[in-house]
Design a protein around this ligand. Structure first.
Ligand code: BGC
Length: 763
């Protein structure tokens, strides 16, 4: 079977926005913010209809059951009209609902398929505000409902391990604790609307190069401590109804059909009761898939991608007893005709197909597709959804440098030169499967014009061209320099882009699915351009767009102000302007480290990337548990900008810690004061350092944080809880998490490298 390889180829209460919205562990939490506390396994919610499901399983024929466990078109899987079981409709995900590709790839004429374009997941993670994760999820859930989608294919939560991964923009962080805190809210938000989230890609899909065939190995400890906690939280705390397997192999076996990942860990240890969806074309074998965890095989026929061939019509006729139509592309899937044949030959496989159908039916009940329950109508492109997009962008933008308080700029300015092709580039349709048709997208240039109004002259010079192999262009640089020289203030908007031409997948070379970035530099000769602009006018603010870290070493020393704005969504331009002109005080913090240079990163220093030497299809994660700041801090390598870092227009004073030990746990309290002149928010981060360890442990690990919003002069108490898990490591010989008694240092700070207060606890 041809596999799909390249593309395989809120309603949010205003209260959520302005209150202290801490992580699970922050004390001062506004009512209404979702709890991210470990609770009883949230998977129990899927078990409310077992008797009805038993009855349906009795009625379904084997053919009908098999019909339900594979795709029947690009984004839908088979229903059984005879028993009123509908098709299940999926849609990407993760930051908006995709244009109308529910069945085939050609949108129906006049489709109402524009949706809200939320900031990408880097931005969400950079807010360090779990309440915004919930708000974000409710927008997706609501819009999925309005568009008739049952499963949103997100969130994507793979660890940001390699700086060049083309899909880092879809993911959250290098840190499993931050991911866990953010993902729970996202999933609960989506599912509060009666739509299933589908957390992806399980597991070890941390790069796009060779994503379809690389065989990843890592220690059990790295798996448990770094790569799995986000998924575990998504399942057990978030209660995700579905999960997507990944394309790659894991320890020699395709991840999607990997007995250890799917059966032993996910469905066994974690008690997952929901649905495992394959990635599109990631199933490779009928027997393996039947036995080892995949419940629903998805994929798409490239030949049909742009043709309106409706497979469901054929299906409906067949179920009504008419002569069988010609077997379709989808009937040849591993979990289609070949599965039927295999089960007929070997009836011991029947319980396996029954389990898969049971899981599909559980998700259908949970999403009100069965049992006569009413689905919430949902809404598209509401003002509230747009407000959430704006809020996430405003809180996720990170101020990286602000020498001499160049920012915020004054609105009394007369002329602003906006330089850089990213200033007027729309990003919603880029990046691969996460592309979407935005209702509108405020570019940075438009946002600045909106903020400044007609009284201020805003000039624009692109400075570079977004095109394959484009180098610095002297004529465009000269034009940009001339614009910079005559302006009071200069805003350079550059960084990365989703690709050269988003209509051609193979051309996507930056921040795109199917390929990793060639290097960590800004493309298209921007380093040369930005240096020329900085020389022409030192009052230049550099705004970076992109997913993942960027090498800023060529010019960051000379720039007075640097802002990281990610892919900030449909309201991104407004959010950038609000931050630059001080309507919003930045409070975002980096969810991953920016290394000074690419070669410094642990995948090069310790690990293998993108493959083992001499074998492009193998990769051993020798960097082990030393991912991100766990590496930089333990191995004493200075990053450009550390994990958890981000500046504010105000200053915060941290009071001394009060540490109250509990049984195998501790509670840390401190006061935080806004000691500056404007209101602002601080993310108070608590890292644990094991003082007396007999095993290797990272220098420090994030175990709690809280985001606190303070008026000038205001003080609040932040309470950070450290349950037993905060002190444990995974012991490979015992095959369990272990708390080794001893003394632990508690490091509380404004970033991983800006520790303001310390304490200790003996357990
Ligand atoms: C991606 C998934 C996506 C699916 C459907 C795959 O290529 O890896 O993340 O959900 O396509 O578009």
């Amino acid at each position: 079977m041809p596999l799909f390889s390249i593309r395989a180829q809120a309603l949010v209460a205003a209260a959520l926005f302005c209150a202290t919205a801490g992580a699970a562990s922050a004390q001062t939490k506004k009512p209404g913010a979702p709890a991210a506390k470990p609770t009883a396994n949230a998977q129990q919610a899927l078990l409310g209809h077992e008797a009805e499901i038993d009855a349906l399983l009795q009625k379904l024929t084997l053919e009908e059951k098999v019909h339900m466990i594979h795709a029947n078109s690009a984004f839908a899987a088979g229903g059984v009209p005879r028993l009123n079981i509908p098709e299940i409709m999926t849609s990407d995900g993760p930051h908006g609902v995709r244009p109308e590709q529910g069945r085939n790839w050609e949108p129906p004429v006049g489709a109402n398929d524009a949706s809200s374009y939320l900031p990408t997941n880097n931005t969400l993670a950079a807010t360090w505000n779990p309440a915004l994760g919930y708000a974000y999820g409710t927008v997706l859930g609501s819009e999925a409902n309005a568009r008739g989608k049952d499963i949103i294919l997100g969130p994507g939560i793979n660890i940001v391990r390699a700086p060049l991964n083309g899909r880092n923009f879809e993911y959250l962080s290098e840190d499993p604790f931050l991911i866990s805190q953010m993902v729970v809210g996202y999933i609960k938000g989506v599912q509060s609307q009666g739509v299933s989230a589908c957390v992806k890609h399980f597991a070890a899909n941390n790069q796009e190069i060779h994503r379809d065939d690389v065989d990843v190995s890592m220690s059990e400890r790295a798996l448990r401590e770094i790569y799995l906690p986000g998924f575990k939280a998504a399942i057990q705390q978030g209660g995700a109804f579905s999960l997507m397997g990944s394309y790659n192999k894991f320890r020699g076996t395709w991840a999607t059909e990997n007995a250890y990942l799917m059966n032993t860990i996910l469905k066994g240890e974690w008690g997952f009761k929901g649905l495992v969806v394959s990635d599109w074309g990631s199933v490779h074998d009928t027997q393996e898939a039947l036995r080892n965890g995949t419940d629903l095989e998805m994929g798409t026929d490239l030949a049909l991608m742009y043709k309106s061939v409706d497979q469901s019509a054929a299906t409906a006729t067949a179920s009504a007893g008419a002569p069988a139509p010609a077997r379709s592309y989808y009937d040849q899937f591993f979990l289609a005709d070949p599965a039927l044949e295999a089960i007929k030959k070997d009836p011991s496989l029947v319980p396996m197909v029954d389990d898969k159908v049971r899981r599909i039916l559980r998700v259908m009940y949970a999403t009100h597709m069965l049992g006569g329950a009413k689905r919430q109508p949902g809404a598209l492109n509401t003002k509230e959804h747009q407000a959430t997009a704006l809020k996430v962008a405003e809180e996720g933008i990170v101020l990286l440098k602000n020498d001499g308080n160049l920012l915020p700029l004054k609105k009394s300015v007369k002329t602003v030169a906006v330089i850089g092709a990213n200033a007027e580039r729309a990003n919603s349709m880029g990046g691969g499967s996460s592309q979407l048709k935005a209702k509108y997208e405020i570019t940075p240039l438009q946002g600045l014009k909106n903020a400044l109004g007609p009284g201020v002259t805003v000039t624009y010079a692109p400075g570079y061209t977004i095109a394959r192999d484009q180098k610095a262009d002297p004529a465009l640089i000269a034009q940009a320099v001339a614009a910079a020289k005559t302006a009071d203030e200069v805003v350079f908007v550059g960084g990365s882009t989703h690709g050269y031409d988003y209509t051609k997948w193979s051309d996507n070379a930056y921040d795109a699915e199917g390929t990793d970035k060639p290097d960590m530099k800004m493309p298209f000769g921007q380093d040369e351009l930005v240096q020329a602009v900085l020389a022409a006018n030192p009052r230049t603010v550099v705004v970076l767009l992109g997913g993942g870290p960027i090498d800023v070493s060529a010019w960051a020393g000379r720039a007075r102000a640097v802002v990281e704005a990610w892919y900030p969504g449909m309201e991104g331009g407004n959010a950038i302007a609000h931050v630059l002109f001080g309507d919003v005080n930045p409070s975002g913090k980096l969810p991953f480290t920016f290394p000074a240079k690419l070669e410094d990163s642990p995948v090069y220093k310790l690990g293998e990337y993108p493959s083992s030497p001499g074998d492009p299809l193998k990769e051993v994660y020798k960097d082990d548990i030393y991912v991100g700041y766990r590496y930089y801090d333990t191995y004493k390598v200075a990053p450009q900008y550390p994990f958890g870092y981000g500046l504010s227009y105000t200053t915060f004073k941290y009071g001394a810690l009060t540490v109250t030990p509990g049984p195998q746990s501790a509670t840390v309290k401190l006061s935080v004061t806004n000691s500056g002149r404007v209101a602002g928010a601080e993310v108070v981060q608590l890292y644990v350092h094991d003082n007396q360890t007999a095993v290797k442990r990272p220098e420090k690990e994030l175990k709690a944080f809280g985001k606190v919003f303070l008026k000038p002069g205001e003080t609040k108490t932040v309470t950070l809880a450290l349950p037993a898990d905060s002190f444990k490591y995974y012991n490979e010989s015992k095959k369990q998490w272990v708390l080794a008694p001893g003394k632990f240092n508690l490091l509380v700070g404004s970033s991983s490298r800006d520790i303001r207060q310390t304490g200790t606890v003996k357990l």
